[in-house]
Ligand binder design. Structure first.
Ligand code: XMP
Length: 254
C-alpha cells in the first residue's frame, strides 16, 4: 500500500484529517521524547498522521531516540512524515532520504526549488521503490513566503510568466508527488493550486491557529489534510483541543 493510500485509510477510519506537528521543546532528549510520547498518547484518536521536524530529530537522533517515537506512532497505526524541506543536490538528497525511509518514516517533505534532474529525481525514485511518499512545498505559510513562492517567474518550458507556486503546482502533478503544502494563511492560493491538481494530488495545509489560518476556510478552499502544531502541543488540554478541532473539521472532509 502506498503512503497516499495509507494516510487516506487512516483518515477514513478515524474520520479525521488532522496531522499532528510534534514540535516539542525540552532540556534533554529524554524530556523531549517523553513529551512527544505523552502528546501522541493523548491525541492519537483524533489525528491521521504525525509530522516530525528537525527540532525533534536533531536532539533525539535518527539512530537513537527517534526510533522509539516512530515505534510508538506505528503502534497507534499512524503514518509518519519527516518535515525535512529537503533542498540539496541529488546524491546527498538520496542518502538523506534513504536514512529517513529506512528509519521508518512514511513520507518526507521536499523543496521543488532544487528541480528534478540531479535534485529530487533520486528521492522520488527511492520513495517509489520503498512505497513511501514525497510531499512538495508549493506555497509556505509564513509572511516571507511571498518572496520566493509568490514571485513571478518565466517558465522555461513555455517562456511565459507565472507565479512561482503555480509552476511548482504543475511540477507536483508531472512528478506525481504524493502531496503538496500550501499554507492555510493563503486560502486563495489553495483555490488556485486545487484547480491545477484537482483530485490528483492532495493539498496539506499548515498555518492554522497561531499563524492566523482558518481551518474551515482552508478546507472549503480545497485542502485535504490540516497540519496542526502549537494549537495542540502548547494547549494545557491537548486531548480536548485535538477533539474540538477534529469535530469542527469532520463535516468538511471529502
Ligand atoms: P503551528 O504551530 O503553526 O505549526 O501549527 C505548523 C507546523 O507546520 C510546519 N509548517 C510548515 N511546513 N511548509 C511546511 O512544510 C510550510 O509552509 C509550513 N508552515 C508551517 C512547521 O514547521 C510546524 O511544524
Amino acid at each position: 500500500m502506498s503512503f497516499r493510500e495509507r494516510i487516506r485509510e487512516v483518515l477514513e477510519e478515524r474520520e479525521t484529517n488532522l496531522i499532528l506537528a510534534l514540535d516539542v521543546y525540552g532540556e534533554s532528549p529524554s524530556e523531549i521524547l517523553n513529551r512527544c510520547i505523552d502528546l501522541l498518547r493523548k491525541t492519537q484518536r483524533f489525528i491521521c498522521a504525525v509530522k516530525i521536524n528537525l527540532q525533534v530529530l536533531l536532539p533525539l537522533g535518527l539512530f537513537d531516540g527517534i526510533r522509539g517515537l516512530i515505534k510508538e506512532a506505528k503502534n497507534y497505526g499512524l503514518p509518519l512524515i519527516m518535515d525535512l524541506k529537503l533542498n540539496d543536490v541529488g546524491h546527498t538528497n538520496l542518502q538523506v532520504s534513504t536514512y529517513i525511509f529506512e528509519a521508518g518514516f512514511d513520507a518526507l517533505i521536499a523543496n521543488p526549488f532544487v528541480g528534478w534532474e540531479g535534485g529530487l529525481k533520486p528521492v522520488f525514485e527511492k520513495a517509489r521503490s520503498m512505497g513511501r511518499g514525497v510531499i512538495l512545498l508549493v506555497y509556505m505559510s509564513h509572511p516571507g513566503a511571498v518572496e520566493g513562492y509568490g514571485q513571478i517567474v518565466r517558465d522555461p518550458e513555455d517562456g511565459r510568466a507565472y507565479p512561482q507556486y503555480m509552476v511548482f503546482a504543475r511540477k507536483a502533478l508531472r512528478w506525481r508527488a504524493d502531496g503538496v503544502i500550501v499554507g492555510a494563511t493563503r486560502p486563495e492560493k489553495i483555490v488556485d493550486v486545487k484547480k491545477i491538481l484537482r483530485d490528483e494530488v492532495p493539498i496539506y495545509s499548515p498555518g492554522i491557529g497561531p499563524q492566523g489560518g482558518d481551518p474551515i476556510k482552508a478546507m472549503t478552499s480545497g485542502a485535504s489534510y490540516l497540519i496542526v502544531g502549537r494549537t495542540i502541543t502548547q494547549s494545557s488540554k491537548p486531548t480536548d483541543e485535538a477533539k474540538k478541532l477534529r469535530d469542527l473539521i469532520r463535516p468538511y472532509i471529502t
